[in-house]
Design a protein around this ligand. Sequence first.
Ligand code: PLP
Length: 437
Amino acid sequence: MDTPARTQSTRLDPYVDRYAARTAGMTASEIRALFAVASRPEVVSLAGGMPNISGLPLDVVGEAISGLLRDNGPMALQYSSGQGEPELREQITEVMRLEGINAHPDDVVVTVGSQQAVDLVTRVFCDPGDVVICEAPSYVGALGVFKAYQCDVVHAEVDADGLVPEALRQAIAAVKAAGKRIKFLYTIPNFHNPAGVTMTAERRLEVIDICRREGVLVLEDNPYGLLGFDQEPMRAIRADAPDGVIYLGSFSKTFSPGMRVGWALAPHSVREKLVLAQESATLCPPTFNQFAVSAYLREHDWQGQIKQMREMYRERRDAMNEALHDLMPASCEWNVPAGGFFVWLKLPPGVDAKGMLPRAVTARVAYVPGTAFFADGFGTGYMRLSFCYPTPERIREGVRRLAGVLEAEMELRETFGASAPPRRIGGGYDGPTSDLT
Ligand SMILES: Cc1ncc(COP(=O)(O)O)c(C=O)c1O
């Protein structure tokens, strides 16, 4: 049989007047095309947040998977519960105990990565026009979900100690004064994506107190919490506010993102709604993957594996920090993250990270411009640099190239005054791409 010709993406879309209004919020990223170039081997990508799984014991994983098929194949290859496999939910409660959470497996819902958990929670809570308070900046993939459900995102600032309580108070007051409904606060307390910061223990309690007083539910998204470089895991917000928090976790960063196994821990009534939403979305999360993650946790020293990952990421964080110190113009500022994958870099005044990106990619280095992490067009003077994937040598080389591009940009600005970029791509949120995890 002949293969049908590939449809040209330039053709007019015959369905253009039939899509639901919510698809207007599902915009393709203007920088997606650049990321296609950025994935070429000659480009050092400091853009994508891909976990570095090169250290995973593939033989152990392979053994666990073949044992699973041998001993439990018919079950592992079958539909299963919409809430997720009981053994895995039990194991998830053990993982969460490392962060002070004492939960019952009944209150856990297994999801297709924590990304799906953000989607299900938003689906269950948000009508168009409802407000979600997000940190400024916030995770691009969550902003994409909120936009797809036509929520209004209101940002509250973060500083080196995480979400600023006074900014949260002000955001809540402003939304209430405008007569709108806040459905939840979305926060990433540990090793924030993209800001790299961690909320202090005092601030966590203050955030709980504010949200309790104001009747605001907290959505605590915590994929990086076990990846601290020099510290034991911090106590989760959920640990001190079981009734006011939906907690999201994931095996993507501590085992394998390809497994697509994450979870939500929610107050009982919410959990029931999430299971119904999960059933309507997927019937059940992938049974096979759940069994595989379960076997990995059961048969492997997963905590030892995480320790190795922390050391590997720490080495990369140090390489990036050193390279930034040695090579970047003095007027740049950045934080030194205590865990996770990301450095948030503030550019010299007037430099536009998005405008500069094509020139950076030409110089064979990529990053994510700050505007991707705001719903309101802010962030032109910032960029996210990830150190998780490239080797320390490649990180240094990437920073060297980036410093060269930045210096050329600054020289241009000095010579010609204002906007060096030949084309100012409009600000605002970009929509998620696979490079923007
Ligand atoms: C803050 C945050 N939340 C959620 C996710 C989604 O992770 P996954 O769906 O792989 O669990 C990511 C991925 O990068 C993330 O950084």
